[in-house]
Design a protein around this ligand. Structure first.
Ligand SMILES: NC(=O)c1ccc[n+]([C@@H]2O[C@H](COP(=O)([O-])OP(=O)(O)OC[C@H]3O[C@@H](n4cnc5c(N)ncnc54)[C@H](OP(=O)(O)O)[C@@H]3O)[C@@H](O)[C@H]2O)c1
Length: 337
């Protein structure tokens, strides 16, 4: 091992208990490898953030993806490099996360399938992790460990669902749930969030005057309310957390041309008999429906670059003030010396 001289022998972790359902996570201890392969990196995990998926896997039949029996849960973490194999370029102290789908590094592996952390690959809820360097992504410097731990799955899903902000047009709207609104605010897209809690909506609206909210329990036809909030135009992006049952309503909520519905989640039901003309609307709006499976490592690096852009140098400090006054910031605006 190179790098940190401390000997890492064991790691505390939380594998799933094997049965019965609902599963629980139980503390356990595992030995770390005595020697590292040339491309291996040992990281010490500083923060893990949970997604709905991480509780869905505990319940029988709730999670539609693969799962290792007795495996380690969770996919989103922020960690520090503490030891490296002989060929590794990362260095001790580097801040990294792990790519969610280990078979989707470049985004061009067409036959790669899914090997997702905390599902059909071991997850990250452990003190120490050993991964090959190619699966690790450097994290933006200005974020806390906790903030940085939310990017791998939650942040990436929002990023790819917003088409990585490619071809972004002025005056765009997005119908989303939680994480996506942060990217929207930073990119100048007006986010409309959905929640069953007016309290949550009010709390998020405080982040920016651009945010609108819809309580989906109070509005039977969410699309009608979207059209009202978007000044009659409709939205350019829908991030659908719920499942295919809401796709007809999503199509109705889209702008008259070129919108995208990103099918992301499975919180609600599946599509039964859709009204015949709803897919005609898809056709006339020249819109598209796309499936999202988080994203590739290359896209992860791209999102980190986007997040890094919100850092200002001391020489450029006045621009940081302008940026804060614009209300586009998503967290703290940092000035580095
Ligand atoms: N395909 C992918 O790449 C990918 C990646 C990440 C997540 N997912 C999936 O996406 C879904 C959400 O995951 P998450 O971790 O973001 O969950 P989460 O943190 O629990 O957030 C879910 C959000 O959706 C809102 N919501 C729930 N039911 C809704 C409905 N019927 N209409 C409108 N909004 C509704 C919730 O609102 P309230 O709870 O406030 O009412 C909440 O704000 C899960 O199915 C997850 O597995 C998929």
């Amino acid at each position: 091992m190179q790098g940190d001289e401390e000997i890492y022998q064991v790691s505390q972790l939380y594998p799933y208990k094997l049965a019965p359902y609902p599963l629980t996570v139980e503390p356990s201890t595992e030995n770390l490898p005595e020697s590292l392969g040339p491309h291996d990196v040992v990281t010490r995990v500083h923060a893990v953030s949970l997604n709905f998926r991480d509780v869905a896997v505990l319940q029988e039949g709730r999670y539609p993806g693969g799962q290792i029996a007795g495996g380690i849960p969770a996919s989103d973490c922020a960690a520090e490099v503490v030891a490296v194999g002989s060929e590794v370029k990362l260095e001790g102290g580097d801040r990294v996360s792990v790519q969610f789908n280990l078979t989707n590094l470049t985004g061009r592996e067409r036959d790669g399938g899914l090997m997702a952390l905390g599902g059909d690959a071991e997850g990250v809820l452990a003190e120490y992790l050993v991964f090959e360097e190619k699966c690790l992504v450097k994290l933006p410097g200005q974020l806390t460990w906790e903030e940085a731990s939310t990017i791998a799955c939650a942040g990436m899903t929002a990023w790819t669902s917003l088409n990585r902000l490619k071809d972004l047009q002025e005056g765009s709207f997005a119908l989303i749930s939680m994480f996506g609104h942060l990217i929207c605010i930073a990119a100048g897209i007006k986010p409309i969030i959905t929640s069953s809690s007016n309290e949550k909506i009010e709390q998020i609206k405080k982040l920016s005057p651009e945010v609108e909210g819809i309580n989906y329990k109070e509005h039977k036809d969410v699309a009608e309310e979207v059209l009202r909030l978007a000044g009659g135009t409709g939205v350019d992006y829908v991030i659908n957390n719920i499942g295919s049952s809401s796709i007809p309503n999503n199509i109705k909520a889209l702008r008259k041309k070129f919108g995208t519905v990103s099918l992301v989640g499975f919180l609600g039901g599946h599509l039964g008999d859709a009204p015949r003309d709803i897919f005609l609307q898809l056709l006339f709006k020249a819109a598209k429906i796309q499936g999202i499976a988080v994203g590739s490592e290359v896209e992860f690096e791209e999102l980190n670059q986007f997040l890094e852009d919100k850092k200002f140098t001391f020489d450029n400090a006045p621009a940081a003030f302008d940026y804060l006054i614009s209300g586009k910031h998503t967290g703290k605006v940092g000035i580095t010396f």
